[in-house]
Design a protein around this ligand. Structure first.
Ligand code: SF4
Length: 397
């Protein structure tokens, strides 16, 4: 197989999997999917250019780039139960040498086909050896070819602390996928991965390094952000378990974002007969994680049912408001930012816009809220405007 053929195969396997492997759950050593929009990196539909699949992705700074998401190798010696790349599964695999990948990427970069890369790998020769290959690749791109664009590097299970540090000196973002929220659940998904030592500890190392080393040692004078991913529903875990771990990581190791991929069975894997998880669950988990990260909600405030799961029919912010604000609407002209953020239809930008507008004018009707970017119909049942129920204005619109 020639180089571009390999890249075409690997980029396709990374995200446009062959029909028999079609899934929304992503193996740990490759990319998180994000089908419901996100503030950090939002993969968009792929385009195929010169036989290579390229994403249009939004970076954490808001910039839109052409992102090449690929594996260094789709060979893997591990046997995670949910993964299409697990050892022994029969499909066509491909492998790049570090210099080979760096060269083909730079060629695509010079031709404006790819502006950045998200580089992961199956595990071949152990986590440490595979991590070295990923680091070698990024070093060649940065040092030999002078590439200064976006690199997202995956940290392999079992990587050493020095390798995590080196990856952080080369990448704009690093990710370590936990897959499951705790040791017991991971054993049901990936019996040869060790939750604490191989996955959780490297996530803590990233934050330790950010805290203890000056930022100028990081790539481009700053340390990369960190993300993780869970296979939602793959181990019969509850949303409460997933969000407990997510919340801890956000508070304690400044996790930028958790990705949730609803489990989908893959033929010829031990979980092939397990029913797929409703993708709506994935959406609710994203919404809840954003409430924890950006809206000042605590885990205890999430509207979990008795089984520890979020209700599927209602978004968690709306469910909270129905319970807490229906009888106690918030006065838009006096509320603090943290109160505004709890109102359905008002996000961080809308809350800021309201605070700004209030400095000069009282907000008297829903149309003035709408002009500030608020979804007025959603907010109306839970707010007062100058002491009057805004919901009464809905009939006027
Ligand atoms: S380590 Fe597990 S999840 Fe990662 S590629 Fe190998 S089998 Fe798949």
């Amino acid at each position: 197989m020639d180089t571009i053929g390999k890249l075409g195969l690997l980029t396709e396997q990374m995200d446009l999997e062959p029909a028999e492997e079609h899934t929304t759950s992503r193996p740990s050593c490759y990319t998180p999917s994000n089908p419901f929009g996100a503030p950090s990196m939002t993969p968009k539909p792929l385009t195929r250019e010169k036989d290579v699949y390229v994403h249009s992705a939004q970076l954490p700074n808001g910039k839109q780039i052409k992102l090449l998401k690929t594996l260094l190798t789709s060979a893997c010696e591990r046997d995670c139960f949910y993964c299409p790349f697990r050892a022994g599964r029969d499909f066509r695999r491909a492998t790049f040498k570090p210099d080979e990948f760096a060269r083909v990427f730079m060629d695509l970069n010079h031709r404006n086909i790819a502006e950045g890369t998200f580089l992961s790998s199956g595990i071949a020769g152990g986590g440490v050896f595979t991590q070295d290959k990923l680091i070698d690749t990024a070093e060649i791109m940065r040092n030999k070819y002078g590439f200064r664009g976006y690199i997202h590097l995956k940290i392999m299970p079992g990587a050493q602390k020095e390798q995590v540090f080196r990856a952080m000196q080369l990448a704009d973002r690093v990710s370590i996928n936990l897959e499951a929220p705790n040791t017991e659940r991971l054993a049901m998904l990936a019996p040869h991965k060790v939750f604490i030592e191989e996955l959780f500890r490297p996530l803590k190392w990233v934050e330790e390094i950010r805290q203890s080393q000056p930022a100028y040692k990081g790539w481009n004078g700053r340390w990369p952000s960190t993300v993780t991913q869970f296979v939602a529903g793959g181990a019969d875990e509850s949303d409460l378990e997933l969000l407990t771990t997510t919340s801890w990581l956000m508070k304690n190791v400044r996790l930028k974002r958790a990705y949730f991929s609803a489990f989908n069975p893959i033929p010829d894997t031990p979980l092939e007969n397990k029913p797929a998880v409703d993708p709506l669950r994935e959406h609710r988990l994203y919404q809840a994680s954003f409430l924890l990260r950006d809206y000042g909600f605590d885990l205890e405030e999430m509207p979990f049912a008795n089984d520890g799961n979020l209700p599927l029919p209602t978004d968690p912010k709306l469910a909270w408001a129905q319970l807490n604000l229906s009888e106690h609407p918030v006065e838009i002209n006096r509320a603090e930012k943290r109160e505004l953020l709890r109102i359905p239809g008002i996000g961080p930008k809308g809350a800021e816009a309201i605070l700004q507008a209030r400095r000069t004018n009282q907000l008297r009707d829903l149309s003035s809220l709408r002009k500030l970017g608020v979804i007025a119909e959603r907010a109306a049942p839970y707010v007062l405007l100058n002491g009057k129920r805004a919901s009464l204005q809905l009939s006027m619109f």
